[in-house]
Design a protein around this ligand. Structure first.
Ligand SMILES: NC(=O)c1ccc[n+]([C@@H]2O[C@H](COP(=O)([O-])OP(=O)(O)OC[C@H]3O[C@@H](n4cnc5c(N)ncnc54)[C@H](O)[C@@H]3O)[C@@H](O)[C@H]2O)c1
Length: 293
């Protein structure tokens, strides 16, 4: 039996959830967007509006299309708004306990055929699925940041994920104009298993005084041809998310080579989480980003 997706729910209106809602609405889906409060949802909608307005001013989108896309995204203050969603994609913070609580509260509000997707960067899809009433209809849909720009979506099947759920997810991702890579359900999947240890090593390089923020980023941009330096990228991802992923790798793979750098922990404890808090390895509060070390 094939599952057709028409209505998409999104939980978490931050960097990723907002991006997923925007891309889904731009592809013609009706979207319901949830977060912990009406203010957070409105902040997410304002960011989406800002992104779309920028596209209008660059001539990439018409004013009419901007309005149409926005009108397809409805705020969902409670999970009851997801009663007719064919899929709900969870993109709340990278914290297993919070995600578990979300799924437990979400399931009773969904129709039986609805699929649940998680945008987790690293947490076991199988384990998250086990907290729901529908492990067969649970799947990892890992979008990249920023969602409207990045081409890849990593799809992760849990041990119980059905072929129907996988095919429906595949069709959705293709209709969003994205490319798929399939990863097995291991900590960090493919992208973050490789990317985050590199970022963590860059932070150790800074911590041990091998180089400054600027010299490390310049080294990797010009020496390894990376489009942005690893510390700039860490700020972009969010240092809290980077730390959570390293903790999942460290605990899940039980190997000391994944130990999160103490300097990363310190930045997170300071609330310097990168671009989203306007301070991380760079300070974004002025006209130009200034390295903080
Ligand atoms: N930042 C990245 O580069 C990136 C890339 C791929 C995947 N992810 C994953 O996407 C998810 C979200 O990351 P982000 O970068 O958007 O974080 P973010 O901090 O920008 O946004 C998280 C949002 O979740 C909301 N939230 C927290 N608890 C919630 C709850 N109980 N119910 C509903 N909303 C809740 C917060 O209010 C916030 O708006 C994480 O699982 C992260 O690992 C992040």
């Amino acid at each position: 039996m094939s599952i057709e997706i028409r209505k998409v729910g999104v939980i978490g209106a931050g960097q990723m959830g907002g991006g997923i809602a925007q891309v889904a609405a731009a592809s013609g889906y009706d979207v319901a967007l949830n977060d912990i409060s009406e203010e957070r949802i409105n902040a997410g909608l304002a960011t989406i509006n800002g992104n779309l307005s920028r596209q209008v001013s660059k001539g990439h989108l018409t004013e009419e299309d901007r309005e149409k896309i926005l009108s397809r995204i409805a705020p969902a203050v409670t999970y009851e708004h997801f009663h007719d969603s064919d899929i709900v994609i969870e993109a709340a913070v990278e914290n297993e306990e919070i995600k578990r609580k979300i799924f437990q509260a979400l399931c009773p509000a969904l129709k039986p055929s609805a699929i649940i997707g998680t945008n987790t960067s690293s947490i076991s899809v199988t384990r998250l699925a086990s907290t729901t009433d529908r492990p067969e209809q649970f799947i990892g849909i890992h979008f990249m940041n920023p969602v409207p720009v990045m081409q890849l979506v990593e799809v992760i099947r849990g041990i119980a994920t059905s072929e129907e759920s996988y095919q429906a997810t595949r069709e959705l991702v293709e209709r969003l104009g994205k490319s798929i890579t399939v990863a097995e359900d291991f900590p960090g999947f493919i992208v973050n298993r490789i990317l985050l240890p590199m970022i963590n090593e860059a932070i150790y390089t800074l911590y041990e005084g091998v180089g400054s923020v600027e010299s490390i980023d310049t080294a990797m941009r010009l020496g390894a041809n990376h489009p942005m330096g690893p510390l700039q990228l860490a700020d972009f991802i969010g240092l809290d998310t980077c730390l959570s992923i390293m903790q999942v790798l460290y605990e899940g793979l039980a190997d000391s080579k994944y130990r999160p750098c103490p300097l990363l922990v310190k930045y997170v404890e300071a609330g310097w989480l990168g671009r989203k808090t306007r301070r991380g390895f760079y300070d974004y509060r002025g006209e130009k980003p200034v390295p903080t070390r």
